[in-house]
Ligand binder design. Sequence first.
Ligand SMILES: NC(=O)c1ccc[n+]([C@@H]2O[C@H](COP(=O)([O-])OP(=O)(O)OC[C@H]3O[C@@H](n4cnc5c(N)ncnc54)[C@H](OP(=O)(O)O)[C@@H]3O)[C@@H](O)[C@H]2O)c1
Length: 361
Amino acid sequence: MKMNNSIRSFNSKGERIPVTVLGATGMVGQVFMWMLETHPSFKVVSITAGDSRKGKSYREATRWQLPVPFPETYGRMPFSTLNDVLAAPTPIVFSALPAEIALKIEPMLAESGAAVFSNASAMRGKENVPILIPEANPGDLGRIKKQQWGSGGFIVTNANCATTGLAVALSPLRKFGIKDVFVSTCQSVSGAGYPGISHMDIAGNLIPFIENEEEKIKGELSAILHLNVPIFPSCVRVPVRFGHLETVWAKLGENVSTTDIRESWEKFKPPAHLPSLPETPVSYLSDPAQPQPALSFAGTPPGMAVFTGGLKKQGNRIGFILLVNNIVRGAAGGSIANAELFLEGWDRHLEAQSAVPQFDS
Ligand SMILES: NC(=O)c1ccc[n+]([C@@H]2O[C@H](COP(=O)([O-])OP(=O)(O)OC[C@H]3O[C@@H](n4cnc5c(N)ncnc54)[C@H](OP(=O)(O)O)[C@@H]3O)[C@@H](O)[C@H]2O)c1
């Protein structure tokens, strides 16, 4: 684990660790560049995008889509090629590549010794590659020790965006015994990347199909929460820019009150102080008309909280609505939090189940 030690040595000297962002012009890549501009531990030193960006600066090549300021610090940064990055990888690489490119590039980077934190689905669930959410399954980070790449490289993935919101909201409810989960999603267009879906297809319309999304929710939620129960997802694309809204019904093993559920969310904390995670990862809103996607960039840090609302129950079933910012909490912010968890030394946990700590939830 040579490279891993060098990552921690940067950190112990108080230096920001040099990182690369792959796919920096895309929806998720833009969030990385915004969040990493002022990050206390990571500093972007190289970026990539498609071949046509060669020779351009980040500002010239990027059509800024976020409702937050463009990261001027990185505006003049030129694009590297994927081959440049493979030849001399930074200690940490954040990947926002399309899955088919990630499948090829991420293993090569890990083999070259890089710590790869990826949003792409390509490597999710491959042998010993954790699908990690710090609040839900921090102990699964220990699985990187069993990866067989050269020079201490490894790959950590984060979950699909809709799964992330669901896993964070359900995580503190595991103690009540989750028996099944029904979830219907309303997913924003930014979830399809940029330029993504044609305006003509989605304006004033809904599209009740998102390729592989329901399968991802089923497989990833089970893996992250270590659940083996029926999960029934239905996914719809809606004409909203940012934020996925999800209607959830879950059967619990106990007849708990809505007060118990709300208290579990209020007391739920991250496993450690990580700069990119809110102190309260799940925030319940009592206003019956909330949460709405208009709140996607609310909270501290912006876009990282999962908002819940509309809590109700019927016997052992509870119902609620949740909002997750798909490109921040459900993508780049999740990867950054995973890298922060690694810096905290959470890879010392070897096995998933036994290492999941008992939170005060
Ligand atoms: N959007 C979300 O809500 C979300 C959430 C979770 C996970 N993800 C995953 O995160 C990844 C990025 O998603 P996104 O929404 O940001 O996609 P996107 O907006 O389409 O951006 C893709 C990025 O990859 C670059 N790229 C495309 N083809 C390439 C190639 N052949 N070689 C090198 N770079 C290439 C693009 O560069 P150019 O601009 O030059 O084409 C762009 O920077 C995907 O795997 C996606 O499934 C997305």
